[in-house]
Design a protein around this ligand. Structure first.
Ligand code: FE2
Length: 396
């Protein structure tokens, strides 16, 4: 396994002029029903370190939060401790899921004010947490559905570079010491490096609205788009456009359901998410797909199963585009990993089944060998697999 790397490493040379220059994905916050138990699930199943916490034992009386880390991925699991806490209310409506895709910036207040001038709606005003060791300023804007983008700026010991070296995440957090699973995960890592992309599902007819929102508010550009001719099976279809930040730090595909004979997987998501847009999947980058998927499968992660016939033509499909898959073909097949290619190279990817009882959030494990695409050539095989699962859930 290699050490964590991130596309943000080239941002040191960026100009300071634009308050919306993004430095990194600061963290992804999930609202969950029981952060303590969720932390254990993500640690055991996906190899995350349960690095830090903030709860009653550290003086937090309204909510409990666990910081999970792996490579340059930071997931913050938050549970409200009272019935009227926003996290508790949202969990009642949506189940566990992503609330906030937070980005690090130089000056959170300036970024927030610029975003508001660009047409964003406020989620919450700038707020500062500080102690003698440093400061964390956060401010949030609303994006699609229940999702927020927080801007986070950090000084002193709370600087992101220090957090990457094990520093405390924010005032009020404490390190989790002596947990056996953390030791086990250090010995036996899963190799997940950073958030490659983060996909949102929105209502039919709303994709272009949110594409324009990312352009207008955050200065993102369209990176790729797929229509229902690309992404359809006999029964269900969707449309998708991929938005990317200026430095390609983060890519945010946005899906909407398209008309099909049966229910689109996007509509299934919305129906189990109180008809409210939200994050469908987070894709984590690995440099070694086979090692990561092997480790995850050994831990019991449940992945979507693709029929064996998929491998009858996949190698030729990739070779036709001029690439040879250098991973062992037999192992790729045994592990059920998907392969796709474009004119820049190929990629390996695999999708988990939903991570909670509702068919909402899932993870993707992706390894890029030059390709900057999203596995368009796999959509058909994948959606047929998804439809089998939808059918098993009685939702097709
Ligand atoms: Fe994806």
């Amino acid at each position: 396994m290699t050490t964590a790397s991130t596309p943000s490493s080239s941002t040191d040379a960026r100009t300071k002029a634009d308050p919306l220059d993004l430095i990194d994905v600061d963290h992804v916050r999930f609202f969950v029903g029981n952060a303590k138990q969720s932390a254990m699930f993500y640690a055991y199943a996906f190899g995350f370190q349960i690095a830090q916490l903030s709860d009653l034992t550290t003086g937090s009386r309204q909510q409990a939060s666990y910081l999970l880390t792996q490579g340059n991925i930071r997931i913050l699991l938050t549970t409200g401790l009272h019935a009227d806490h926003p996290a508790q209310r949202e969990v009642a409506r949506y189940g566990d899921g992503v609330k906030d895709i937070a980005v690090t910036v130089d000056d959170a207040t300036a970024a927030y004010e610029q975003a508001i001038r660009n047409g964003a709606e406020s989620a919450y005003e700038p707020c500062e947490q500080s102690d003698p060791n440093g400061t964390v300023v956060s401010a949030g804007i609303k994006t699609y559905g229940r999702v927020v983008h927080s801007f986070v700026s950090r000084t002193g010991d709370y600087d992101l570079k220090r957090i990457k070296d094990g520093g405390l995440f924010a005032p009020g957090f404490a390190r989790v010491e002596g947990l056996a699973i953390n030791e086990q995960n250090r010995r036996d890592p899963c190799g997940l490096l950073y958030v490659d992309h983060c996909v949102g599902n929105v209502e039919e007819g709303k994709m272009n609205h949110w594409v324009k929102w990312y352009e207008d508010v955050l200065g993102f550009k369209m990176f790729k788009h797929f229509d229902d001719a690309d992404i359809s099976t006999e029964y269900s279809a969707l449309m998708s456009k991929v938005m990317a930040s200026g430095n390609h730090l983060i890519k945010m595909p946005i899906n909407e359901p398209a008309e099909g004979k049966k229910k689109s997987q996007i509509l299934e998501y919305l129906e189990w998410h109180d008809m409210t847009p939200g994050v469908q999947h987070l894709a984590f980058r690995t440099d070694d797909e086979l090692a990561s998927v092997t480790a995850l499968r050994q831990r019991g992660v449940d992945f979507l199963a693709i029929p064996d016939t998929y491998y009858d033509e996949v190698w030729q499909r990739v070779e036709k585009l001029g690439w040879t898959v250098r991973e062992d073909h037999e192992r790729v097949k045994q592990l059920g990993v998907l392969v796709d290619a474009d004119d820049e190279g190929y990629l390996l990817q695999l999708f988990t089944k939903p991570l909670q009882d509702r068919p909402t959030l899932f993870f993707e494990i992706i390894c890029r060998r030059g390709s900057q695409s999203f596995g368009k050539g796999n959509f058909k095989a994948l959606f047929e697999a998804l439809e089998l699962e939808q059918d098993r859930r009685g939702n097709l």
